[in-house]
Design a protein around this ligand. Structure first.
Ligand code: HEM
Length: 440
């Protein structure tokens, strides 16, 4: 066994710029040069990167108390200090216990009707011939789905206020403000951080009012806010209101852009490859123009298209864990404090797991099972995405509803580059499309 870190590229500044600007080019190159795992010194510290299923298994099955969260504290202004994403150890476990049941796979049926209705409403806003981007369509749909099913907002005017507040909050955040604590300075109420805080305060005020409105009727309602208001910790105490607010903001940040980007990539691939579109249409045809959400969620090829989209374009490139105890990783004894990054993108590009990994081929998910250490768009272990079942259900219902209700086409057939957005990677051009016709 070797003590210390594996080999890797040297210059901290150059590595940081490469990883920020074009990770999809440099990660495969580093892997080919140094092998798995490799070490990348960055301006924020050194990370060890792996995409090897054996190492991923070691990390996902290790005692969760071996890890601390990695470099996320600068997210407090947008998530709130009580956020699940910012907790570790026993407080993380206890918060997950109350947050998990509302996202259980079996509960998704309750949200399917809202997901289909939202997709249909957004399509009705488009006129034939009208240009739009798949990303903007996905953002509008996924935001509306969260406002309805997570925040439980039923009223149209109120939905509008929430949408505006969320869009304002998003517009005030950028990578520098999110990741570099030095930029988080108030400037007499006039600087970018002041604007961010004002937008967040407004969103929090709306959430507080929504909690007050929903609380008396929570027992009769099925939205996630109502379920959280009724949830009890192990010692039978309810969730404090501030924790509920922080978790609602967390679910918004974690669930909005991610699902929108995945939907945009799915629409791109489906309309780029006529054989895929034909097979999907054949599968959808027996369900008619208004398919039931549950019927959509059960379609094997539609499910395979969504899985393959998240394989080829993992919206979150990788998940990081910081070691609180030394850990042996395929022959390396990594010291306390090492940050380990499980690279989802590289794991999904392994030839040993996926033949012709660069090709969009949904058939690879038909009748095949990949282990959670080979296919991991939602991360894994004790921190696996809590909204995975929700996102998968939403992708199938929304994509199925769009294809059943409308004919769309791409406006640009050139290959699309994946670029870094704040916490995620997404299509650089947003995927320009147009509505050909609605099928009413
Ligand atoms: C396609 C859509 C989505 C993708 C690709 C995705 C991916 C991820 C990934 C990779 C993680 C980190 C897991 C880890 O560290 O091992 C994560 C965490 C999380 N996701 Fe998602 N996500 C999606 C949608 C959603 C939705 C819809 C919600 C909720 C409405 C959500 C809520 C969360 C939360 C709360 C966490 C933090 C879990 C924790 O730290 O314990 N995500 N997600």
């Amino acid at each position: 066994m070797t003590a210390g870190l594996p080999p890797g590229p040297r210059s901290r500044l150059a590595n940081t710029l490469r990883l920020v600007r074009d990770p999809l080019q440099h990660l495969p190159r580093w892997l080919a040069t140094y092998g798995d795992p490799f070490r990348v010194p960055l301006l924020t510290g050194t990370v060890v990167i792996t995409a090897d299923p054996t190492s991923i298994r070691t990390l996902f099955t290790a005692d969760p108390d071996s890890f601390d969260i990695y470099s996320a504290r600068s997210l407090v202004p947008v998530l709130g200090a009580g956020s699940l994403i910012l907790r570790s150890g026993p407080p993380h476990r206890s918060e997950r216990r109350v947050l998990t049941p509302p996202f259980h796979g079996a509960r998704m049926r309750a949200y399917g009707a809202a997901m289909a209705e939202v997709a249909d409403l957004q399509l009705q806003r488009l006129r034939p011939g009208q240009p739009f981007t798949a990303l903007a369509l996905g953002q509008a749909i996924s935001l509306d789905v969260i406002v309805r099913t997570v925040f439980g907002v039923d009223d149209d005017a109120q939905r509008h206020s929430f949408r505006a507040a969320v869009e304002a909050a998003m517009a005030t955040t950028g990578p520098l403000l999110l990741f570099v604590p030095a930029f988080q300075r108030r400037l007499l109420g006039l600087g970018p951080f002041d604007r961010l805080l004002r937008a967040q305060d407004h969103l929090v005020a709306l959430l507080r009012a929504q909690i007050a409105a929903v609380r008396p009727h929570a027992a009769e309602r099925g939205d996630i806010l109502s379920l959280l208001l009724q949830a009890r910790h192990e010692d039978d105490t309810p969730m404090p209101e501030q924790d509920i607010i922080d978790e609602l903001r967390t679910l918004l940040i974690a669930g909005h852009e991610t699902t929108a980007i995945a939907l945009a990539w799915a629409l791109d691939h489906v309309h780029r490859d006529p054989a895929v579109l034909a097979q999907l249409r054949a599968e959808l045809a027996p369900l008619g123009p208004s398919p039931a959400p549950e019927a959509l969620a059960a379609l094997p090829y539609l499910g395979a298209v969504c899985n393959e989209t998240l394989r080829l374009h993992p919206v979150v490139l990788g998940v990081a864990r910081q070691l609180r105890v030394p850990l042996e990783l395929v022959g390396y004894m990594l010291p306390v404090g090492t940050a380990v990054l499980i690279n989802i993108f590289l794991a999904h590009q392994r030839e040993q797991t996926f033949q012709e990994p660069a090709r969009f081929n949904p058939a690879r998910f038909i009748g095949a099972a990949y282990s959670p250490y080979q296919y991991l768009p939602f991360g894994g272990g004790a921190r696996r995405c809590i909204g995975a079942a929700f996102a998968q259900y939403e992708l199938k219902v929304v994509l199925g509803t769009i294809l059943a209700r409308a004919e769309l086409e791409l406006r640009d057939l050139r290959p699309v580059r994946s670029v870094r957005r704040n916490l995620t990677m997404g299509p650089g051009n947003g995927i320009p499309m147009r509505l050909v016709r609605r099928r009413d």
